[in-house]
Design a protein around this ligand. Sequence first.
Ligand code: FMN
Length: 167
Amino acid sequence: MDIIFNRRSVRKYTEQKIEAEKVDRMLRAAMQAPSATNQQPWEFLVIDDKETIVKLADFSPYAKMLPGAPLAMVILEKQGMRAPLFTEQDLGAAVQNLMLQAVEDGLGSVWMGVGRGTERETFLTEMFNLPETVKPFAVLAIGYPADENANKFVDRYDEARVHYNKY
Ligand SMILES: Cc1cc2nc3c(=O)[nH]c(=O)nc-3n(C[C@H](O)[C@H](O)[C@H](O)COP(=O)(O)O)c2cc1C
């Protein structure tokens, strides 16, 4: 699948709005992810209001691309799941699916981590008045890449990381 190899973190976008069908496809791709006991511990906050996106940029010093993005998403981790040890793994798979669908549809995105118990978590919880039933897991900036070739292959294969039969 080319999209896996070509996906890069894209941090510069055109002003073009993202079509509703593409937003829908990204959300559907995310929700197709595998999850422990099929618990599907995700919810998605989709933000296309410019003023809100600009404000969201203050959640982290590494989110300076956000004000230039036409779309942002906050991936939410549902609390009280039956397999709580695995919710972060489930969400990682969902975010990756979403980002790959973005590439498939000509978009670029970047994943920004939140981190449990951090100031970023507090910021997002307060900004969106999130209930105790969900915690922010990641923030994504999404848009049409300013550079058409932004999603391009970088070879990261390292055979030293591969162990056959014994470590
Ligand atoms: C959990 C996680 C947190 C990240 N946090 C940030 C971030 O706060 N800001 C940012 O610009 N990129 C962030 N990134 C993107 C990484 O910098 C990027 O994935 C990495 O450099 C590899 O580049 P690539 O995505 O182009 O392959 C994050 C990625 C992950 C998976």
